[in-house]
Ligand binder design. Structure first.
Ligand SMILES: [Zn+2]
Length: 160
């Protein structure tokens, strides 16, 4: 484990009575302020009926999953894979679900924090686009094709 910088440690100290039981923690690559904004957005989303998926910790997990998916070196194409189980934990097996989470939190963040997170996500999107292949049959799929990350070829596609 790399040693954490004092600033990152400090950001983890305060226990929030406003934002819920989970104390805000510093998200790798984000400032303390943006991390707090993310935590706030996640916690609030968890109480809204229109959000069934964004929850405390989801952004951090989504970023880790997205990085992990893009990590294999080389130029071989990568294929997102559907999750076999739709529970909160297993959903992240599908990297597209991780990207959904990032989209949802981006929509909910105030300007500065959104820009900061956007700067993390954008280069990963570029790699994702470079290393996945377009799905010529994406339009046949009944769901989610309004998001570009669902229009890439998947492993074991039920529709392809
Ligand atoms: Zn599961």
């Amino acid at each position: 484990m790399p040693r954490r910088r004092p600033r990152a440690l400090r950001a983890e100290q305060p226990v929030s009575r406003v934002w819920g039981p989970t104390p805000p923690f510093r998200i790798h690559g984000l400032s303390a302020g943006a991390s707090l904004a993310v935590h706030h957005a996640e916690y609030r989303a968890g109480h809204l009926s229109d959000s069934c998926s964004l929850h405390p910790g989801a952004t951090d997990r989504a970023l880790r999953r997205y990085r992990e998916f893009l990590h294999p070196p080389g130029r071989r194409p990568l294929y997102p894979r559907e999750a076999f189980c739709s529970c909160t934990g297993c959903s992240f097996d599908d990297v597209r679900h991780a990207r959904d989470m990032l989209e949802e939190v981006l929509e909910r963040l105030p300007g500065r924090a959104r820009a900061e997170l956007g700067r993390l996500v954008k280069p990963m999107d570029a790699v994702f686009l470079r290393r996945t292949l377009p799905d010529p049959f994406a339009h046949r799929r009944p769901w989610r094709t309004e998001f570009w990350w669902y229009r890439r070829l998947v492993e074991r596609s039920e529709w392809g």
